[in-house]
Design a protein around this ligand. Structure first.
Ligand SMILES: [Cu+2]
Length: 289
């Protein structure tokens, strides 16, 4: 009896915090980059609770069929307008979270509030071997990167509509995508090796700290195609809301956005947390009764 309880507990633990990302086309051959700096889990589960889904280092790499038009449990994302003209920037660190890809990704993502959404400007260098590790998913995640630089601690994607991560984003209906799924909404995963630059307006992100789509302080993450987390950085405020931003190298008035306390992270991560809590409670009760 206790064996089955223990097994349930282990499986629930493996499911805890599981974060997933979608993949277009077949994934590349498994490439074990590290036993500790991985997608989500520290080891390759041998008894994954996600039947029928391939995993590598705990990251789901085959999310199943496309369900275009999929809408989150909390509806579709809201198009923003008249946002505070604050500037946030995620500056990638000198050291990669996962340094086993033979290069260091450097650069930044700058994000400025506009009349009709958030203008993002992406400048990256050092993207690793495309054939071996690409294409590279890139997202805004649900939690900040902690001081130790642990990209795994950012959990899944910013997902205020509670869409979950089991279905690919349909770029022709971006309001149905996860708000943090920059790759899905904007030209897909990065297909470039070396340098990559792009700029676009995302209508669904917000520079208003009171919005569920507020990304200030949250982590930007770049993955390998198997969702291993390569590098990450938080969006920190580098320009105020008075419209005087625009100097990308300015570090004046650097301040973290107002403490976000408990950042929004509904979606898959929250659901697995709830499941974990229930199973954990059941295990504890079974020990006593
Ligand atoms: Cu991500």
């Amino acid at each position: 009896m206790h064996h089955s309880v223990l097994l349930t507990f282990i499986l629930a633990t493996l499911g805890y915090g599981q974060s997933i990302s979608r993949a277009q086309g077949p994934p590349p051959p498994p490439e074990v980059l590290s036993t500790i700096k991985s997608g989500v889990l520290p080891v390759l589960p041998t008894g994954t609770p996600f039947a029928g889904v391939d995993t590598l280092e705990g990251a789901i790499i085959n999310p199943g069929p496309i369900n275009s038009g999929f809408t989150g449990l909390a509806g579709t994302a809201t198009a923003q307008s008249n946002l505070p003209a604050a500037t946030y920037r995620a500056d990638l660190p000198d050291t990669m979270f996962d340094p086993y890809v033979g290069t260091v990704i450097r650069g930044s993502v700058e994000a400025v509030g506009t009349e009709s959404g958030v203008q993002l400007t992406v400048n990256l260098t050092g993207l690793p071997n495309q054939a071996q590790y690409g294409p590279f998913p890139w997202h805004i995640h649900a939690l900040p990167v902690p001081a130790d630089g642990n990209c795994t601690a950012t959990l899944g994607h910013l997902d205020p509509t509670n869409r979950g991560e089991y279905y690919m984003c349909d770029a022709s209906a971006p309001e149905t995508c996860q708000v943090g799924d920059l790759a899905g909404k904007h030209d897909g995963k990065i297909m470039a090796e070396g340098s990559f630059t792009t700029s676009f307006i995302d209508p669904y992100l917000s520079t208003d700290p009171n919005s569920v789509a507020f990304f200030g302080g949250l982590g930007f993450v770049i993955h390998t195609s198997n969702t291993t987390r390569l590098t990450c950085a938080n969006f920190e405020m580098v320009g105020g809301a008075n419209g005087t931003s625009g100097n990308a190298t300015s570090t004046g008035n650097v301040s973290m956005p107002s403490a976000t306390g408990t950042p929004e992270f509904p979606g898959a991560a929250a659901r697995t947390e709830a499941t974990f809590g229930i199973v954990f409670l059941a295990v504890v009760l079974s020990l006593f009764f």
